[in-house]
Design a protein around this ligand. Sequence first.
Ligand code: BG6
Length: 467
Amino acid sequence: MSNINKVKYRFPEGFWWGSAASATQTEGAADVEGKGKNIWDHWYEVEPNRFFNGVGPEKTSQFYYKYKEDIQLMKEIGHNSFRMSISWSRLIPNGVGEVNPKAVEFYNNVINEFIENGVEPFVGLFHFDMPMELQKIGGWVNREVVDAYEAYAKTCFELFGDRVKKWFTHNEPIVPVEGGYLYDFHYPNEIDFGKAVQVGYHTILSSARAIKAYKEMGQDGKIGIVLNLTPSYPRSENPADLKASVLADAFFNRSFLDPSVKGEFPQELVQILKEEGFMPVIEDGDLDIIKNNTVDILGVNYYQPRRVKAKENLPNPEAPFMPDRYFDNYVMPGRKMNPHRGWEIYEKGIYDILINLKENYGNIECFISENGMGVEGEEKFRDETGIIQDDYRIEFIQDHLKWVHKAIEEGSKAKGYHLWTFMDNWSWTNAYKNRYGFVSVNLDKDGERTIKKSGQWFKKLSENNGF
Ligand code: BG6
């Protein structure tokens, strides 16, 4: 019997229901069939102690071997779309040069399997996983890596562009900047704001160059970028707090959002970089490429808000420069938390982002490309029938979807909602600590999959196109 009359929040026809994942976090098979090493394989080799319970990226959730089963499960829980990423170091083991035929075979099989099962593959080119050979020459700090990335992107379009019609140049490009060059949670673990800026700049340039190549090759799909837009809320309306939030926004959101959508950099940020002496090296012609190659579509990842206030104390002039020389993070009393991840839950943030895109970014076509809740120790919620009763996840999704729905009613061009993530996967340095999936993965039983209650609920959500 259909629930059609009970649906209170109905979404536009053809809404994309699905989830997202990345290559390094799910494929496993990290050192087989010609795959080259990426920074995660390397970092784990040299510092396994940096990963929760010492679990590394070599096996992750075995999508490489179990993709058929996984795609069946996606279909079963109502996916009509799914975002994956290609592992650069699997496809081109040294980052440049030879293409690995086994990787071509694997990605062809995966893409075909998706299409045969009515799940549209959205494909990302870079999800935090720099090939190690390219990191050895400096990674995104080195402009040669931008050339290598463009060549890699072209290879992907040539190989898979006949079937893949939604491409994403980068996933959360601010994160490798923060993790690798400011806050020590990605390799190469440097603290160097100058490099951070160069990395950010080269990433943006690489995105624009991939978009340019895509158009020049006459590809007929859409190409975009996925950004983690973390709205900056001031502690108060006091002008000093407001200024702090404008600057935090320029550093962490507009740094990538403005060039990606408008083809230009936020003036507030440029001014600070000039004043502080951190302007990146820009070559002739770069800014035109960035100006003329903006995205067709924007993926929005939303997990948490950023709350800021004016600085309480003068910064230490001897300390390495950090963006928070201009603001302090603010802990709002009474905030709602996901204690496992240490992130605030603020559902309205997702609406604020969509309305901001509508009002200030030409109402660009977009979708929620990640949103989700990582929970530690989910096994304790498994009932006698073997199903994890993750009602908290269902509630989390519903509470966010209500705001997405409202934004759409008010004119936002949000086209879909993808949860992070389909099945429990390897969350970088958190490894398998927090579980995010619709489907649980039992690491003690060769990665056995079991659909959680949220997965069953998602099926109905997708069938009814609302709830
Ligand atoms: C996003 C990433 O930052 O959030 C994912 O695109 C990541 O790769 C997800 O796994 C959840 O964050 P975390 O740090 O808990 O894995």
